[in-house]
Design a protein around this ligand. Structure first.
Ligand code: SF4
Ligand code: SF4
Length: 345
């Protein structure tokens, strides 16, 4: 029979930097404990739970065991563009490799080990990563880390620069069902408010609360017309924003890096590449990378490239930018007109 020690060993053997186990009964105990104390936070989490667990897989009785894993997405590389030549757009460090795909591959290997050593079948397991599951909540509940005011989970050795992946196993918790109550949200932040003050759009409206209508991370894949102050705050970002993580004291002096070439998209991309390629060709160019994920509309990245061109005041890109002035999508024609105004024709 599988036990907690074996599961953790399988995870660490696959190179995960953090791992913990929690059962369905313990999750329920934590929700019950915090009910009323963090009602807004829990009602959001419960909504996610309702959506995610409303499938035959999770109607299993008497419950499940969950292996929660953390994989570092910290990168040591410089944040400067390669040279002063072409105008470059930036990918946030966490998106420069496909750590999600890497974590899924490692969890598949864990499942194979579980199958080899127990009677559990593949059908009794389910992997999730970058999914609809309430991953941050489950990471916190399992003890991977504590919530910071930037709404992310902070681990003692990984800061907030790690991705969370999990493996459900249809296996009752049994002996390990005693409920350990995790620390309340952002208790480790103390009086620090670096992330709230550093956010270029003031998207962290109060500790732990992110206004997605202001957050560059969320907006970078949202194909809409952005207000001018957000356009300016985008700078030359093409996908993702990590400013609220870069300033966090818990992310200073990190050392653990994940060695993978999966989905290597680099730190920079020439803006001319983004502006020249038709969306389908761009999708192919970014295949298997995080910015090329199936759910991302390539026109949103093109909109960001137009904003970056304007923010960098790249006169050499003007002919390409002007090609978007009559684009049928208003988010692109608007961004092109704004970029032309910024550069000054
Ligand atoms: S990701 Fe960027 S925009 Fe969003 S809250 Fe953090 S710093 Fe602000
Ligand atoms: S920057 Fe400060 S307030 Fe924000 S998550 Fe880190 S420790 Fe907490």
């Amino acid at each position: 029979m599988i036990n907690k020690k074996m599961l953790l060993k399988f995870a660490f053997d696959q190179g995960f930097h953090a791992a913990n186990i929690i059962t369905s009964k313990q999750i329920q105990g934590i929700i019950d404990h915090f009910q009323g104390k963090y009602s807004a936070f829990l009602s959001q989490t419960e909504k996610q739970f309702a959506g995610f667990f409303h499938t035959p897989f999770f109607s299993h009785d008497p419950g499940f065991t969950l292996l929660m894993c953390g994989l570092s997405c910290y990168r040591k590389e410089q944040n400067q563009p390669p040279d002063a030549g072409p105008a470059w757009g930036a990918f946030a460090p966490f998106a420069r490799r496909n750590y999600y795909a890497e974590a899924v591959q490692r969890l598949k290997a864990v499942v194979k080990e579980i199958q080899k050593h127990t009677g559990i079948t593949k059908k009794q397991t389910r992997i999730f990563c970058n999914s609809r599951a309430p991953e941050k909540f489950l990471g916190w509940a399992s003890g991977l880390g504590e919530y910071g005011k930037n709404s992310l989970i902070i681990h003692k050795n990984l800061g907030s620069l790690f991705i969370i992946a999990g493996l459900f196993i249809l296996l009752p918790g049994g002996q390990s069902d005693e409920c350990k109550i995790p620390a309340p949200s952002w208790s480790l932040c103390g009086s620090c408010r670096f992330c709230l003050d550093a956010c270029p759009t003031q998207a962290i409206t109060s500790p732990g609360s992110i206004d997605r209508a202001l957050c560059i991370q969320a907006l970078s894949t949202c194909l809409i017309i952005l207000p001018d102050h957000i356009k300016r705050a985008f700078g030359n970002r093409i996908y993702g924003c990590q400013t609220c993580q870069e300033v966090c004291p818990f992310n200073q002096g990190l050392r653990l890096e994940t060695q993978t070439t999966k989905g290597d998209v680099g730190a920079w991309i020439p803006l001319s590449t983004l502006l020249e390629m038709p969306p389908l060709q761009l999708k192919d160019h970014l295949k298997k990378t995080v910015p090329g994920s199936s759910w991302i509309d390539m026109r949103a990245l093109k909109r960001n490239a137009l904003l970056a061109s304007g923010n960098l005041k790249s006169r050499t890109l003007l002919p390409l930018i002007k090609g978007y002035l009559k684009d049928p999508h208003p988010a692109l024609s608007d961004a092109a007109a704004w970029a032309v105004k910024m550069i000054g024709s």
